[in-house]
Design a protein around this ligand. Structure first.
Ligand code: GDG
Length: 486
């Protein structure tokens, strides 16, 4: 065990993510923090409580320094970002370089050296902060594409730590990843982890191939022998899949409550009691295939395959990354096509598409899921897609049809969904129509099968699996006198 210069490193378990799971409420005086619950919080909360846990991340306000604080049983350690860093590290390198590159270059990734420099600097700041607060031999779990350099930086500072990394988004094929001018640095950064987790086996395989081709290092099954700068063996890293899930039990309970059942019925009434209610729920992102879905629905109305007044599409598009050009463009395109369809097909008492560009409380989302006959998840590429799993978890009535893109991680688990290739508009139209017309017995059979799958696929199981594997690997490394793989 390496000792640190720091006086009281004290946390046995450290989660690192770009964002802390909190929002600052400036309307209060003094401003107060409130938790913003997300999937990751639910997944790691039990571990946070069992061990002495801390969460390292950015608090969401630029040019502001905050002291660590406790909230709802979590110890939160803010990492500051300047306005320039937010632009270059977050909006730039994370969301205009890596995000499009990792999602099949749906839009053109931009490569700027100033953005890269900021990304390195911010990753160093995160790594230093975690190194200061982690107890000897602690476990550190680093999350997502914003922090891919942290694992190796952390290992350099604290070789005693068990370091895990989880990539929430896809990892692209080498032929695409190879564009990245800093591909070697990114790959080496991730290899600092004992365990590197991905959503799908294919993402893990893409990463191992990047290691073989890009770094010229051999891999054996999931194992990769990592060298230090001098070329000597450093450690063995493992890259494999750990598909993430949701808090299925609590959504199931919520969807059974009288309140949500009543609200679901009310939503349908407020929409004018359409025969068929179709639903889309996404961050407004060009990866989600919102345009393709709306185009297909519009053409079904144009063709007369769906009669006016028969079906309504509700599209909830949560505002996201609004200052980035490509996000302004997708918003404009979606709003234009919604306007066109409503102009052509809506009447005074029936609106073809209801489009909402804002976010809703969790209860309201659950009511929408329960109200919708057909859920449309048509992502062009998506690491997992939790919306698909949430829809299934809410269907306590074993009813409802899920149309699901084959380019989501979720498609590997929810195999009873109606699978689509969203790029194939003709095929998408046919599949949407088959979901709209699906006989009740078939809907129920498919939904039951998907719900059965979700019962064993829960976000706590996911984090237990990942952390259990990580701790085993770190124990093996610490007790090994001979490297496992040369
Ligand atoms: C990334 C990966 C991967 C959305 N609007 C509202 C709202 N949401 C919630 C959904 C869902 C979450 O946000 C979105 O998760 P997704 O998985 O669908 O997509 P990303 O945001 O792109 O997430 C993805 C995920 O990380 C986890 O690893 O699955 O592939 O891209 O939970 O319900 N929640 C509320 N109001 C909204 O208006 N309350």
């Amino acid at each position: 065990t390496t000792s640190t210069d720091h006086p009281t490193p004290s946390f046995d378990f450290v989660v690192m993510a770009n964002r802390l799971p909190v929002d600052r409420d400036d309307s209060q005086d003094p401003p107060a923090w409130k938790t913003s619950p997300g999937g990751l919080v639910t997944g790691v909360a039990p571990v946070m409580q069992e061990r002495t846990g801390a969460w390292v991340g950015w608090a969401g306000a630029v040019d502001a320094e905050f002291e660590p604080f406790d909230l709802d049983g979590m110890h939160l350690v803010p990492v500051p970002l300047s306005g320039k860093e937010f632009e270059r590290y977050y909006e730039g390198f994370s969301n205009a370089t890596l995000w499009p590159l990792y999602h099949d270059v749906i839009v053109h990734p931009e490569y700027h050296r100033t953005w890269w420099d900021a990304y390195v600097r911010v990753n160093e700041r995160f790594a230093r902060r975690a190194a200061e607060i982690a107890a000897p031999d602690a476990t550190v779990w680093v999350h997502d594409y914003q922090l891919q350099l942290v694992p190796q930086m952390l290992r350099d500072l604290r070789p005693d730590l068990a370091i895990g990394f989880f990539n929430h988004i896809p990892f692209p094929a080498w032929e695409i990843f190879a564009q990245l001018p800093w591909r070697a640095q990114i790959t080496r950064g991730m290899l600092g982890a004992d365990l590197i987790g991905f959503q799908r086996p294919a993402d893990a395989a893409n990463f191992r191939r990047a290691v073989r081709i890009g770094l010229g290092r051999p891999t054996k099954d999931t194992a990769i022998a990592v060298q230090d700068e001098s070329g000597a063996h450093s450690h063995t890293s493992h890259a494999r899949s750990f598909p993430i899930s949701i808090d299925a039990t609590s959504l199931d309970e919520l969807a059974r409550s009288e309140r949500i059942i009543a609200r679901a019925a009310e939503i349908r009434r407020e929409l004018g009691d359409p025969e068929v209610l179709l639903l889309g729920v996404d961050r407004l992102d060009y990866t989600k295939g919102i345009r393709h879905r709306i185009k297909a629905f519009g053409e079904l109305l144009d063709d007369g395959a769906i009669k006016p007044g028969e079906a309504t599409l509700v599209q909830i598009a949560t505002p996201s990354r609004e200052r980035i050009d490509q996000y302004r463009k997708i918003r404009h395109d979606v709003e234009q096509s919604v306007g066109r369809i409503n102009g052509e097909h809506s009447t005074l008492d029936h609106q073809a598409v209801h489009y909402f560009h804002h976010s809703y409380p969790r209860d309201e989302m659950a009511a929408y899921y329960l109200a919708a006959d057909v859920m449309l998840v048509t992502a062009l590429r998506d690491g997992m897609n939790l919306v698909a799993k949430e829809y299934v978890a809410c269907r306590t009535d074993d009813d409802g049809a899920l149309v699901l893109s084959e380019f989501t991680g979720a498609a590997e688990q929810l195999t009873q969904a109606v699978m689509v290739n969203p790029y194939d508009i003709t095929g998408l139209k046919a599949k949407i129509l088959s979901a709209v017309r699906m006989p009740p017995a078939e809907r129920s059979r498919r939904m039951k099968a998907m719900r059965r799958k979700l019962r064993t696929d829960d976000v706590r199981t996911w984090s237990r699996n990942f952390l259990g594997t990580l701790d085993d690997l770190a124990d093996t490394r610490r007790s090994a006198t001979v490297p496992a793989l040369q």
